[in-house]
Design a protein around this ligand. Sequence first.
Ligand SMILES: Cc1cc2nc3c(=O)[nH]c(=O)nc-3n(C[C@H](O)[C@H](O)[C@H](O)COP(=O)(O)OP(=O)(O)OC[C@H]3O[C@@H](n4cnc5c(N)ncnc54)[C@H](O)[C@@H]3O)c2cc1C
Ligand SMILES: NC(=O)c1ccc[n+]([C@@H]2O[C@H](COP(=O)([O-])OP(=O)(O)OC[C@H]3O[C@@H](n4cnc5c(N)ncnc54)[C@H](OP(=O)(O)O)[C@@H]3O)[C@@H](O)[C@H]2O)c1
Length: 287
Amino acid sequence: MDALDRTDRYCIIGAGSSGITAAKNLKQLGIAFDVYEREDDVGGNWYYGKPCSSICRSTHLISSKPLTEYTDFSMPHDWPDYPGHEQVLAYLRAYADQFGLRPDIRFSTAVERVEPVAGGTCWDVTVAPPDGASETLRYRGLIICNGHNWYPKFPEYPGEFTGQTLHSADYKTPDVLEGKRVLVVGAGNSGCDIAAESATHARRTFLSTRRGYYYMPKFFCTSAMPPAAIAGSALHSPELPSRASSRSRTIWPDSGRCSNNSTRGRASARWSRTRTRSARKTPRFSS
Ligand SMILES: Cc1cc2nc3c(=O)[nH]c(=O)nc-3n(C[C@H](O)[C@H](O)[C@H](O)COP(=O)(O)OP(=O)(O)OC[C@H]3O[C@@H](n4cnc5c(N)ncnc54)[C@H](O)[C@@H]3O)c2cc1C
Ligand SMILES: NC(=O)c1ccc[n+]([C@@H]2O[C@H](COP(=O)([O-])OP(=O)(O)OC[C@H]3O[C@@H](n4cnc5c(N)ncnc54)[C@H](OP(=O)(O)O)[C@@H]3O)[C@@H](O)[C@H]2O)c1
């Protein structure tokens, strides 16, 4: 069967946070595209309870609001510094609405296969609509935004463990830990979140790590300023602790001491002035 000619446009796979911003940017540049999303709405990982989502009922952002929001669409002022997953989902959907993306998204339509054709200048994309047979469409290019956190990766260990094993992607609520002796393996954000929740629900909780980690607080001292707002790109540095503290001295010029209320007040004022300036230019989602 011949592929339907869509070579005037690009194909975007996935309508999570990456797919919708890819779509918005193409739209603003006047480049045509179609988005395919196998779930029935926008959200990806933040669409709690769907197969595409690995979050649990208590998940909040680990990245702060100013570091997470799109540069051209702010989260509401009155939201917490680390919003909960329902808020993140509402925000992503509001972004899709703000930039008029929904008409270009085919929901409940999974991409089954992609194949380069015409010497690699085009791509044949086979999709499975909810109500019929697969169809193949030819595109001038692909933008793959299918995420990766929805696919659990299990470690292999010698021997046999006869107790219950659960991957973090399948962990939703702490009732499954009630009264149990729980070993959490791994100290990424999933391991830490689940170990913390397990500590107040399971009979005993153990956390196993195979190396050491730096742990950063979500707040410095009593200030509500998230460290990401202070440290900025230093958060991505392997030398995080020393670089973050040297950046914080730039913000608190007098002493760098968190206990000094007056310098902390100045730092907050400067930060909120910056936010006010950007808020004037940027559409904001009001919930
Ligand atoms: C528990 C948890 C908490 C997290 N917290 C944060 C955080 O605080 N800050 C942060 O920045 N990141 C966080 N992340 C990382 C998270 O992955 C990103 O926030 C974000 O969701 C990635 O967006 P994405 O669009 O790339 O992928 P996803 O959100 O996974 O979206 C991919 C989309 O593609 C669709 N799709 C996949 N395959 C197909 C197919 N074949 N056909 C059609 N559609 C398809 C899926 O249905 C889904 O809607 C967290 C991840 C997890 C697991
Ligand atoms: N609250 C939140 O916002 C939140 C919650 C959960 C997840 N997330 C995000 O989701 C993404 C994935 O996080 P994640 O924590 O699921 O994964 P991750 O960051 O990749 O962490 C996996 C952990 O498992 C360990 N590990 C891997 N293979 C192992 C093995 N064979 N034996 C023992 N330990 C092993 C790793 O150790 P090594 O470090 O030594 O490899 C690491 O500690 C990240 O982007 C994270 O930020 C965010």
